[in-house]
Design a protein. Sequence first.
Length: 232
Amino acid sequence: MFLTNDNKIKWNWLKWGTVIATFLIVTGVLWFDKPIYLFLRNFDCGLWRVFSLVFDAKMWIIVSAIVLLVFYIKKIIKTKPRFRNENHKFSLRVFCRDFIAKTHNSYAFFVLSSVLAASIVGKILKILIGRMRPVFFEALDKTGFVPFSTDWAFNSMPSGHTFASFAGLIMLGLLAPKIKWFTWTLAIVIGLSRICVGAHWPSDVIFGAFIGMVAADFVKAILKHYGAEIAK
C-alpha cells in the first residue's frame, strides 16, 4: 500500500493515507458507525465465530512462531547451530544471533515481526483510547470512551483481530504478489466479520486495518534494507 517495489516507504502516500484514515475514523465515531454497525449485524453467522478463534492476534503470533521454529530446525539440520561464546559456554545472545541469521529471510519471520509490531502499537492504543464496545450500545444504548482502561469492554478501538490479520495477510501479499488478491480480500473479510459479530464498530476496524497495513510496510522496508545487519 505505502511501499515501493524496492521497499521504500512512499511518504507522500502515507501522509495522505493517514489523513484519509483519520477522517474516516472521526466521521465514523460521529456519524456512520451506528447505521453501518446495525446493518452488518444482520449478517452474523457461525463462520465469523470460527474467524474469531482462528485469526486472533495471539493465534497469529503462536502459529507464525511455530512455523519459524520449524524453519530454524530445518536449517540447523543442514548447518550446525551456534550457541556457545568464545569461552565455549552457552550464550543466549549468540543463540539469538544465530537464530535470526538463519531465519530473517523466511516468510514466517516477516509475518511474525509484522504482527508483533502491529499488536504492540494496537494494544497501547486500545488502552489509551478506551472505547466502549458495541455491547454497551446494544444492551444500554450507550456509547463513549473510558481512556486508560485495561478492561476488555473498553478496548474496542482499534480492532485487535483486524490489525493482526492485516499485518500478517498484507505482509504475505507483499512477499508473494501472486496471492495478494486473496490475502488482502481475506483481511477485509476478517475486518467486516468483527462488525458482524458485534465485537467492534466500523471505525475500530478501519483504524485496525490502517495500523496493520502500515506495520507490514514498515517491517518489510526495515527487514529488507537492514536484514544483513540484523543477521550479524
